[in-house]
Design a binder for this molecule. Structure first.
Ligand code: SF4
Length: 503
């Protein structure tokens, strides 16, 4: 075991002999050495006070959220756990304000595990559209099916079983469901809790490192209030979301500032600075510091405490991996439907991988640094393979570029449009496809990125019509006065495109 790992493991066992050597080493068999207590809650009186202060604040200030109401009022344990579970999955990587509407619609449509288990993936994707991280909805539905088919519709009753038996339920989600729904005294560690705990106990090592994460889980489990575990966990997360925020924490309003060592350090530095300013006898700055050599929880020696950052010295994260850069050519294929309304062709993505099962405009990945002409040819080839008929690259009108950031991909869509004025038939061997009106497009399971693509296309259309160029597209076939196509999803490619000169 590495020295840092050994020190972390020792800390988890109660802080004794947290480091094998150095001035932080604890006395034999006694309480943790004074230096190491910096990173611990070792005083039961303080733990009690922290629980009391945090819960009192939560009772006064908590936000009124639909999943909280359900968790507090639903008498059936399975329904209650399901309601909490849905909220926890939706809240992963997503703001509360965004989630509320999705949550209400979801619970209205599928109020129980059983109703969700009967839904199709298409329905789930449609409701999830725009929320991002689409695999979450799919996994939630798969897990609901498992509970119904293998567990007789009964949700596992402990955090351990929830994590073990439900696909997509990790340690955090299991702890949240068990503490909020069943009152199990188990802690939770999410991004908000990491921030709060790292500040409360001056933990400045990489907050993604196993040593820090293990330590925070131990701390969360030790701190959680035994009589109100669900409220305590929510209070800690609420504090991180509303007061102990990443960039400008509201320490003055914080209900637990008296227990916060980062805040205490800042206060001491301020007092020290003002004494110096008024030329009072120079005191020695008595900052709390761990000082243990090789401490796995302190900031690295190369990045010590920076006074200008104050409490935001904590937490620290290792530099994020740069997102992969990707380019995709995408084509808005449009026609006039039988009612005269514009319709767009959507194709379905594969059932696994990024944006699995969602609908999109026909798209093809591009190599980097490809000339525009080559991009256009690649897209035309893709459309040709998909439609089974030649598609002249010159018929594609370049709309522009749309950038969308996925968690790990910096994606640029090079957007083209292609107006059709005849029926076309897609190759039956290709992906499922369908024509949709604009209204249907927005109700479909399409990603936010595709909504941006359509927006760019509409913007271009408005620009052209206001400048009177609607029927004078440089490269595309005409969009005005195209013949109606009323064949539903059946497309035929006969006379699919007119050559550009014919428009
Ligand atoms: Fe966070 Fe400031 Fe409260 Fe400490 S005092 S927990 S840094 S808001």
């Amino acid at each position: 075991m590495s020295r840092r790992r050994a020190a972390a493991a020792s800390l988890r066992r109660g802080g004794r002999r947290a480091v094998p050597s150095g001035k932080g080493a604890s006395p034999r068999g006694g309480t943790p050495a004074p230096a190491l207590t910096l990173h611990l809650f070792s005083d039961p009186v303080e733990i009690k006070a922290l629980r009391r202060d945090l819960l009192a604040w939560y009772d006064r200030c908590k936000r009124d959220l639909p999943w909280r109401t359900l968790a507090a009022t639903e008498p059936d344990a399975d329904r209650r756990a399901y309601a909490v579970w849905v909220s926890e999955i939706m809240l992963q990587q997503t703001q509360v304000a965004t989630v509320i509407d999705y949550y209400n619609r979801w619970m209205q449509k599928w109020p129980t595990l059983q109703t969700l288990a009967q839904a199709s993936l298409e329905e789930v994707n449609e409701l999830w559209a725009g929320l991002g991280y689409y695999s979450r909805g799919k996994r939630l539905q798969e897990a609901a099916r498992k509970v119904v088919s293998e567990l007789a519709g009964r949700m596992p009753r402990t955090a351990e079983d929830l994590q073990k038996l439900l696909p997509g339920v990790g340690r955090y989600t299991a702890g949240a469901i068990a503490s909020i729904s069943y009152g199990q005294a188990t802690g939770v560690v999410d991004g908000n809790v990491i921030r709060v705990l790292c500040r409360l106990r001056c933990i400045g090592a990489d907050s993604n490192s196993p040593a820090v994460i293990d330590h925070l889980w131990d701390m969360a489990n030790a701190l959680v209030d035994r009589s109100r575990p669900g409220d305590f966990n929510q209070a800690l997360m609420e504090l991180g979301a509303t007061v102990c925020v990443p960039k400008a924490p509201l320490c003055g309003d914080c209900p637990v500032k008296q227990h916060c060592r980062a805040w205490r350090r800042v206060e001491k530095e301020l007092a020290f600075a003002s004494q110096k300013l008024f030329r009072k006898p120079a005191p020695v700055l008595d900052v709390e510091d761990c000082g243990a050599a090789g401490c796995p929880l302190c900031p690295p020696a190369t990045e010590p405490w920076d006074s200008s950052l104050g409490v935001t010295n904590f937490p620290r994260k290792a530099a994020k991996k740069q997102p992969r850069v990707a380019r995709t050519a995408t084509c808005v294929l449009e026609r006039r439907g039988c009612q005269g309304a514009l319709e767009y062709l959507l194709v379905q993505r594969p059932s696994s991988g990024l944006l699995a099962g969602l609908w999109e405009f026909p798209s093809v990945p591009l190599a980097q640094d490809l000339q525009e002409e080559k991009q256009r040819e690649a897209l035309a080839d893709h459309l040709q393979a998909w439609l089974g008929q030649p598609v002249p690259a010159g018929g594609l009108q370049l709309i522009g570029e749309v950038v969308h950031i996925f968690s790990h991909i910096h994606q640029t869509y090079v957007v083209y449009s292609l107006p059709l004025d005849e029926d076309v038939t897609s190759d039956p061997a290709s992906s499922p496809s369908r024509w949709v009106t604009e209204e249907e497009f927005h109700a479909s399971a399409v990603s936010t990125a595709m909504k941006k693509v359509l927006k760019a296309h509409e913007k271009q259309r408005r620009k052209e019509s206001s400048s009177g160029q609607g029927s004078k597209r440089k490269r595309g076939a005409k969009t005005e006065g195209v013949s109606s196509t009323c064949s539903g999803t059946q497309l035929s490619l006969r006379a699919f495109l007119r050559p550009p000169t014919a428009s």
